[in-house]
Unconditional design. Structure first.
Length: 297
């Protein structure tokens, strides 16, 4: 196997790498050595542990996105301010010690007012735009911190972040609701909670405790509670994000399960949304970044 370059998606909890030949994946590997587990001097060993079998001969380019460029990462890659193209004008090189690696980090995006920031998602947006030229609309990236990005003329014009995924995890695993929320699904309960939350988002806190009360008083199933919790939180998010999706063309980038929930929720509002796989868009964005790096050499 002879890789031309290595693509890396380095998040807070996971490190993922792909051996690349152009835009073709030759091999992939992952570990739990995310940014949150590493000191600054541990990034290079963590990467080498994952990709050393792919290193042959001279130095190879590594293009990385995500939290590797955060203040607590390997190198702080300053944010680019919107409105701006998600295709980076500059990649930030890491001064490593292993001569077999030339590591470059993709910068994130920032918004001054209202204050907001993203790292990693900009690469997915770039990958989407690389596959869909001249596309104008809204890109939603469901996840722990869901992003809604308004895209026009190949630029991210504005964006907004919602902590919906993190709130779901905290409420279902570390609050009193952990006793009432379990695995499984209930589409009817999800749709009912979604509509309730969108019409009365100010009642969210009361609706959440109602999940516990329904369990205690009426034996509501844990699967139904999970579906309703998801519906309440996504509904409140959609109510707040209405200026982004109302009357807009929407693309969803994420894991099929979560992105599917958002697609179903938007469909109920009369907004069709296409779902695109997260890794595919990440790799397309990293490939575009690598191509620009090669062009500048």
């Amino acid at each position: 196997m002879k890789a031309d370059w290595i693509a890396v998606d380095w998040g807070t909890s996971r490190l993922r790498a792909w051996a690349m030949q152009g835009e073709t994946v030759l091999a992939e590997a992952s570990s739990t050595n995310g940014m949150g587990r590493l000191s600054q001097d541990a990034f290079e060993p963590a990467l080498l542990n994952l990709v050393e079998d792919w290193l042959e001969g001279g130095p190879i380019d590594v293009v990385a996105c995500g939290m590797v460029g955060a203040r607590q990462g390997w190198v702080e890659a300053p944010y680019s301010a919107v409105p701006v193209s998600p295709f980076p004008e500059r990649l930030f090189q890491v001064q490593g010690t292993d001569p077999r690696l030339r590591v470059y980090v993709v910068p994130g995006l920032k918004q001054e007012r209202p204050a907001d920031a993203m790292r990693g998602e900009e690469t997915q947006v770039a990958g989407f735009l690389a596959r869909h030229e001249n596309w104008d609309g809204v890109v939603c990236l469901p996840g722990i911190h869901t992003k809604w990005a308004h895209v026009s003329a190949n630029e991210v014009v504005s964006f907004q972040t919602f902590m919906t995924g993190e709130m779901f995890d905290l409420l279902s695993e570390a609050s009193v609701l952990r006793h009432s929320v379990g695995e499984g699904g209930d589409q009817e309960a999800f749709v009912d909670a979604l509509g309730d939350s969108m019409s009365r988002p100010e009642s969210l806190a009361a609706r959440l405790f109602g999940l516990r009360a329904q369990d205690l008083l009426h034996g509501q199933s844990k699967a139904t509670a999970r579906a309703r919790l998801s519906g309440y939180l996504i509904g409140a998010e959609l109510a707040a994000a209405r200026p982004y999706w109302l009357g807009q063309k929407v693309a969803l980038i994420g894991a099929s399960g979560l992105a599917g929930h958002y697609a179903a929720a938007l469909k109920l509002q009369g907004v069709p949304a296409q779902v695109f796989e997260r890794d595919e868009m990440t790799l397309a964005g990293l490939a575009a970044a690598h191509a620009s790096l090669v062009d500048r050499k």
